[in-house]
Design a protein around this ligand. Sequence first.
Ligand SMILES: [Zn+2]
Length: 395
Amino acid sequence: MEDFRHSAKTRHIRLLEGVAFAADDEDAYHCFIKRPPYQPVGRPLPCFFVLGEAGGRLPQDLHARLMNMGAQEKSPVIVLPSNGLDAPIAYDGPLLRQEAVLHIIAPLDNAASRSRGLLESGMLAERRVLIAGLGSFGSSAAVELAKAGVGKFALVDMDRLEPGNIMRHQCGVADIGRFKTHAVRDAILARNPGAEVATHELDLNTKLDLMLEEARDSDIVICLTDQGRSRFNCNTIALAAGRPALYARAITRAAGGDIFRFRPGGPCLSCLFAQGAALGEDEIASIRSASERTPDYAPPGADMALVQPGLACDIAPLVQMLVKLALVELAPRGIGHWERLREDLAAPFYIWANSRDDIYRDWKPMDYQFNRNSIMRWYGVRVPRDEHCMSCSLA
Ligand SMILES: [Zn+2]
């Protein structure tokens, strides 16, 4: 089996577009293959890889085994000849034989090759991140971290993906109705098939013990919810577990956003907010979050009006910064690129000015100036520890 995998590695697929990522059991590869003629919208049709003797038709025993594995009559099937020498054969459905040339990517092996030199990808494969909140921020951060080579995840979110989410979310139409935890897990595995992903479909505010356990098992806590309460609960958890933590959010209509980093011994989220650093209103990104903030006497539909989604491109700069801050915490010491970034990102608090709206509405246009405050820039902010902080002075 190993031999075959290596000999087939450099062949390119022509008739069927797709790659095999993982061996699910001893003799079956399983991959997802996108086939627009059959599935213009929706879940890509799974393609099955089996090891066996190929003929003009798919052998009966293989056909039966594929049906047991969940194949449908139209499922593309690729037979990898047992001798490891002959070319693989593709069946467009179990009956129609086509010639196929495969490109099989060994998990982690090839996928991470571009990051070598920048990252000790072996080290990051053992790093574990706890992500609370899997909206536009959380889903994008999870996928970016997987792309960087992070190998272990714990995902927490109680919501299911709704149609209104998908314009900013990493997951699309095919995942509507699924738990965000499950959809994001699959998005992580699509980038890093070797990743280990634990999921919790729950309100973190009601399961603080479990969250503390997960934080202790992780190297960093990343809180990307759009509610103050869960952010402060994550602060308590990170303090108790002695783990670094990151908090990112957009403010009203994505006029900007901010990211706070906690390191054990340093200022915590409560220190920051005790010092009046609550700049702008949290962006309300979901109907659920909006309805929690709508007064009881508000007319029906008022919660809808509260939802203030920026565009995905307004969220992206915040996600990119968040991921860099996370990698600085996760990357091993002594690697030049990351040591320099560690020095650059010395501040615990970062403000992103995104557009001349809301609190930035009176700023001058960015135009050609670089010596005055402008939008489309990051601002690092010093945050002293509050000696009387109710959270970290007692921890
Ligand atoms: Zn504090």
